[in-house]
Design a protein. Structure first.
Length: 280
């Protein structure tokens, strides 16, 4: 089997791999299959990312993502995996030693735990049996136990890819908004696949990526940020450079990314957004 793959890759015309093999089906939660319309959009000629044309495209992508996240907040776009955006959220809104609560409902909940620990946060973990969604009342109980020891952030996974569960972000948001904590949600696999209402549900920071519900190849990460989160950003002291969200926010005022983006994937996301919004 390995020899066949190597022989294929040695072929002078690599496109023959696609032509001579049955159509591949990705039976996975992500990356997902890329629709033909999105593939064709990504074949367009590369435009410079500082051009007026690209700024106009980025504005439309920003507006479309606001519709999908259901937010009036800032939308920031990075060339990144979803995990990069989770790390960016920790870097940009917290300081070393900050006390946070992480709801661990599976592999990606555990990833939140490890990122927070890597940056020196004081991490309190609410462990949930794998295969079960968290009972929001348990979060309420844990937060009440921390009275006098300020919890700066509550981290939750929207849909946990490793187990298939969906946490009740709406009910959790009602609980978190009664505190001063930020509410941060990993919706990498939930965005555009499950109902999501960022502003209505009181989410302060939503993180996602291009390769699941948005039907594009991996390569782009997205952050949607509330004003409450920006207030925390001004106090946060963890080091950041590439993932400096405040710098990205400044750039988006003129529809510019801080660094060279994955231009072709942005073309794809633009087309995918049109498909999603046309279907409602």
């Amino acid at each position: 089997m390995l020899e066949m793959v190597i022989d294929d890759l040695d072929n002078e015309n690599l496109y023959e791999i696609e032509l001579n093999h049955p159509k591949h089906r990705l039976m996975a939660p992500g990356p997902t299959m890329v629709p033909e319309r999105v593939k064709m959009a990504m074949l367009r000629s590369i435009r410079h990312h500082r051009s007026q044309y690209f700024a106009g495209l980025l504005e439309q992508v920003r507006d479309g993502l606001r519709e999908i996240f259901r937010t009036d907040g800032d939308i920031l776009i990075f060339t990144s995996s979803g995990t990069g955006m989770l790390e960016a959220a920790v870097q940009n809104f917290f300081s070393e030693g900050d006390r946070v609560l992480v709801v661990n409902t599976g592999h990606f909940g555990d990833r939140w735990v490890r990122i927070c620990q890597a940056y020196g946060l004081t991490v309190r973990v609410l462990e949930v049996e794998w295969g079960r969604a968290v009972n929001p009342k348990l979060i309420e109980q844990r937060l009440s136990e921390e009275v006098g020891r300020e919890i700066k952030g509550v981290f939750v996974t929207h849909t946990e890819t490793s187990t298939g569960i969906e946490n009740d972000i709406e009910e959790i948001g009602k609980i978190v908004r009664e505190t001063d904590a930020l509410f941060l949600v990993d919706t990498v696999s939930g965005l555009a696949t499950s109902r999501y209402q960022m502003d209505e549900w009181g989410v302060d920071v939503s993180l996602s990526a291009s390769q699941k519900g948005l039907m594009c190849p991996p390569g782009l990460g997205f952050a949607a940020v509330s004003e409450k989160a920006w207030m925390a950003n001004r106090r946060a002291t963890l080091p950041r450079f590439y993932f400096d969200l405040a710098s990205a926010k400044d750039g988006m005022a003129d529809f510019k990314t801080p660094w060279t983006p994955a231009i072709s994937i942005i073309y794809g996301v633009h087309e995918a957004i049109k498909m999603i919004l046309s279907e409602g």
